[in-house]
Design a protein around this ligand. Structure first.
Ligand code: DLL
Length: 432
């Protein structure tokens, strides 16, 4: 039987959630129109006024917000509250172009942290738990978000941040961490290190809350086995608040979107047209009650599907399936759409671990895909004939999944750099 952090919202009948969303949305649009000149200008340019918005039915009249809009707004153009009312900023990593700055009032921090507390409770968390947070702390939202959620729930919170694996494992065993939160790639690395050091018997872990990057069902099974836990997915993005926009329950069949705070749409990424429920497309979010950074119709670039199928956990919030990846992560190789997550699924299915790197290039005007994969210690051999056979088998399995030829290179265990945060899986030399 499931527990909830805020049952009145988490199990609210769908019609009531919709009514609540409507009410919040109309209020939010007044706030944005009056207090966020940048978005108001966008509305005016699109020929729409706040007076044209009577309910959520009218949302498609509103212009989208893109990452570029938010970058151009750097640092304060999207701020919808006096700076004196803000208590925190967070920011995206800004590897390409300017960073997006997200601002929070105390109210905004409270709802963000409550969303993370909901995720912890859905993963079986109670105030008795010791929550080990190995997401980065700082401008990245992972550490602060889960830290805040853990406080709201009243757990003992270990603000480990990322890196220093020896110290992570020492505290995990000495302090009896029961819930681990980090990226799935770092969880897999911790699992590998625990096995090597024979620490599995000293762990008290029961659950993990992993997100911030796409990860496959195969990787979930690998992490669950290595750490002896149940692994839950959590999704979010800086522009909308951070982790906890949606979270998984014990059914592990997708993440419940916190619909009392965020309104989700699925659109056709090419035309911007809103798609019916059940269709795959780009996820778009509207913040219904954020004060300082009330982003409207934000195009996430994450490709996924929404489902309202009743959930055995009793939560009524709509679910999003695991995002297949970002539309801008999608590689087009020889005209074929390839998501790194598809390749990962094949590798894990064939008994390899998620230690791989994809190198895409263009040679003589034709795209090439090279997949470097580590042999596991069990599979490791220096017999070139055996390695050749293993590579051939993987080439076949990848061809069956992707429909294109990928050159596979099996490399020695531990030769691919491990990630402490979001893993870098793809090197696209065509863009360099
Ligand atoms: O990654 C927030 C976060 C921190 C989520 C900790 C979960 C846990 P950003 O750095 O702004 O924020 O990156 C947001 O990461 O648009 C997705 O493409 C991707 N992403 C986040 N969670 C998941 C997930 C944080 N569970 C971008 N599965 C998003 C797949 C995810 N992709």
């Amino acid at each position: 039987m499931s527990n909830y952090f805020q049952p009145a919202y988490e199990t609210m009948p769908t019609a009531e959630i919709r009514a609540l969303q409507n009410e919040k949305f109309l209020k939010q649009m007044q706030h944005v129109w009056n207090d966020c000149p940048d978005y108001r200008k966008k509305m005016e340019a699109a020929g729409v006024s706040v007076d044209d918005i009577h309910s959520l039915e009218d949302i498609a009249k509103l212009p989208f917000t893109s990452k570029d809009d938010l970058r151009e707004a750097y640092p304060y153009a999207m701020l919808a509250k006096p700076l004196a009312d803000c208590v925190r900023i967070q920011s995206t990593s800004g590897t390409t172009g300017k960073r997006v700055i997200a601002y929070y009032t105390q109210h905004d921090l409270d709802i963000w942290e409550e969303c993370c507390a909901r995720a912890l409770v859905a993963a079986g968390g109670t105030k008795e738990d010791v929550v080990h947070v190995s997401y980065g702390y700082g401008l990245f939202t992972g550490g602060p978000g889960l830290n805040g959620g853990s406080h709201k729930l009243g757990c003992l919170t270990l603000p480990m941040s990322s890196g220093n694996t020896d110290r992570q494992l020492q505290f995990m065993t000495d302090l009896g961490s029961t819930i681990l939160s980090c990226t799935p790639s770092y969880a897999a690395y911790l699992g590998e290190s625990i096995k090597e050091r024979g620490l599995r018997g000293q762990l008290k872990l029961k659950a993990g809350i992993f997100g911030a990057e796409a990860w496959s069902e195969e990787m979930r099974r690998e992490i669950e086995q290595a750490l002896g836990i149940k692994a839950y997915d959590i999704y979010g993005l800086t522009e909308i608040s951070g982790p906890g926009v949606s979270f998984e329950c014990e059914e592990q069949t997708g993440m419940h979107i916190n619909e009392d705070h965020f309104y989700a749409e699925i659109i056709d990424p090419d035309t911007g047209e809103v798609l019916p429920e059940g269709a795959e497309g780009e996820l778009v979010f509207t913040c219904l009650d954020k004060e300082a950074f009330p982003v409207i119709r934000y195009r996430t670039k994450d490709i996924c599907v929404l489902s309202r199928k009743a959930c055995s956990c009793g939560r009524t919030f709509v679910k999003m399936v695991k995002p297949r990846g970002r539309s801008d992560d999608m590689l087009i190789i020889k005209g074929v759409n390839v998501f790194p997550s598809q390749i990962e699924a094949v590798l894990l299915d064939q008994g390899y671990q998620a230690n791989y790197q994809l190198i895409v290039d263009r040679v003589n005007n034709s795209d090439t895909l090279d997949v470097n994969v580590e042999m596991t210690p069990e599979k490791f051999t220096d017999n070139l004939g055996v390695i050749g056979e293993m590579e051939k088998k993987l080439v076949g399995a990848l061809k069956a999944m992707l429909g294109i030829y990928a050159k596979v290179h099996l490399v020695a265990p531990k030769s691919i750099t491990r990630s402490e945060g979001k893993a870098v899986r793809v090197i696209d030399k065509r863009k360099i």
